[in-house]
Structure formats: structure tokens, C-alpha cells
Design a protein. Structure first.
Length: 272
């Protein structure tokens, strides 16, 4: 059997993040073959992943980042808040996010297939399952390309927003809108961006409420329309009251900053 030195163990630990004893055991099992030892640790990670596949990963990190005209947001889930707050877990999530911004893959599966160091993102997640001992899951990825993109992460990494503007925006305005989205949870940029299905649902709810309140039949549709307009006011970003000055809407706040400025799209993601 090959002699396993402390430096070999440290080298493997640095490459994989696995514990010292796990690294030593993997090197002994592979008779000192470094690459084979890495594969052994990965396989053990896959074994742990399979065993924990039915566990609920409801904690994690929700992080976003923007670099001028592009940005991305991801959710990396784990099982416990203890792991979610661990610096290495957050650093790992950040490495995935940085890669996402660099490459802007088309969807989450394409992100998982990207190379991160000497493995794919999906393989790295499996490795970390073996190292951490908890189920990990990359459950969301979204990207925005726009005139300028701004990101906001609420303290604690439980909620993040990403917002695209049609042109360059001041730091203060960008931050205000990103935080507006975090606080007020709009469902769309403007009323024309709300799906027909959701509009129909809100109209039906409004009609049923009016009926239960005993309103006249000939008034139901008008009342329902009013309920839909109230929904647009409360849940579409540009029509919401601006949180820092409720006397104006978000649309008015943007126009005061720059008459041509508007929001193109946004994401608001949080741990469910």
C-alpha cells in the first residue's frame, strides 16, 4: 500500500472540501492515486445523495448578482438552517451564481451542465452532498439582460430580487426599485403583463364576493372589474404605491428620475 502523506491528504481536502479522515481513507483505497481518490469521494457523495433523495431541502441560500447589463438569481437548497448559514455553503452557492452570470445559460439544466473547475455544476452539487451530509438542490435559476440590471439580497439570504431597466439607472433608483419588489411582491411589471388566466381568476373572485355580499345581479360585472383594477394597483410594479412615498406610484417615481426610464422585467425569489 502506498504511503499517504499529510500533504497528500491536505491537497485532496483542498480539491474536494471533504473531511481529513475521508480524504485519507479515499487515498488509501485508491493506493495513493489522487484522481481515483477524487472519484471515490464523488461516488460516496452520490451514495449519500441517493440515500437522502426523499429528504426535504427547504432551507438554503437565495442570492442574486448583477454586472451592468446582465444578472442572475439562484436558489441552492439544503436541509437545515445551520448549513444554510455556513460560509462554505454560501461560497459554493456564490461560485454557481458567478458562473451563471459569466455564461448566462438558457435554463437550469444548462447551468447544471456547465463546468465548474474540473466537474459540472451538477457533479459539484453531488460532491457537496457527500461532504456536507445533507440533500442539496439547485431549485431555481433566472437571468436578465437589459439596459442595466440591479440585484438585491435581503439580509440572511432568504429572499433576493433582480430587476432589469431599459437604460442606465442611478444607484439610488435601482436600489429603491429592487427593494420595492422585495417588500411588495408584485406579480408583473404592468397590467398588460398579467396573464389572461390570472385576470379571469381575479374577476371571478370579485364577482363571487359581490354575489355573496348580496349585490344586484346587474352590478356584478362592474364590481368585478373594479376588483381587477384594484388587483392591478396592488400587484403590478409600476402601478403600486411607492413604498418610500405613498403619494406617488412607482411609475411616477421612475419618471421623476428619467422620463424615459422603465422596468423591463424582474424576478423575486424566496425560500418557500
Amino acid at each position: 500500500m502506498a504511503e499517504i502523506s499529510a500533504s497528500d491528504v491536505m491537497k485532496l481536502r483542498k480539491a474536494t472540501g471533504a473531511g481529513m479522515m475521508d480524504c485519507k481513507a479515499a487515498l488509501q483505497e485508491s493506493n495513493g492515486d489522487f484522481e481515483a481518490a477524487i472519484d471515490t469521494i464523488r461516488k460516496r457523495g452520490q451514495l449519500v445523495a441517493n440515500k437522502r433523495a426523499d429528504r426535504e431541502a427547504s432551507e438554503g441560500a437565495v442570492i442574486a448578482k448583477a454586472v451592468e447589463t446582465k444578472g442572475a438569481v439562484i436558489i441552492l437548497n439544503c436541509e437545515t438552517d445551520f448549513v444554510a448559514k455556513n460560509d462554505k455553503f454560501v461560497e459554493f452557492a456564490q461560485s454557481i451564481l458567478d458562473l451563471a452570470i459569466q455564461k448566462l445559460p438558457s435554463d437550469i439544466e444548462a447551468l447544471k451542465a456547465l463546468k465548474l473547475d474540473n466537474s459540472t455544476v451538477g457533479e459539484k452539487i453531488t460532491e457537496q452532498v457527500g461532504i456536507i451530509g445533507e440533500k442539496l438542490e439547485l431549485s431555481f435559476y433566472g437571468k436578465i439582460e437589459a439596459g442595466e440590471v440591479v440585484a438585491y439580497i435581503h439580509p440572511g439570504n432568504k429572499l433576493a430580487t433582480l430587476v432589469g431597466f431599459n437604460k442606465k439607472v442611478s444607484t439610488q433608483v435601482g436600489k429603491d426599485i429592487a427593494m420595492q419588489i422585495a417588500a411588495m411582491a408584485p406579480v408583473a411589471v404592468d397590467k398588460e403583463n398579467v396573464s389572461a388566466e390570472l385576470v379571469a381568476k381575479e374577476k371571478e373572485i370579485g364577482r363571487d364576493q359581490a354575489l355573496l355580499e348580496g349585490k344586484p345581479e346587474n352590478m356584478l360585472d362592474k364590481i368585478a372589474e373594479g376588483k381587477v383594477n384594484k388587483f392591478f394597483k396592488d400587484f403590478t410594479l409600476l402601478n403600486q404605491d411607492f413604498t418610500k412615498d405613498s403619494k406617488k406610484t412607482v411609475r411616477q417615481y421612475l419618471k421623476e428620475s428619467d422620463s424615459a426610464l422603465t422596468v423591463t422585467e424582474f424576478f423575486r425569489q424566496s425560500l418557500k
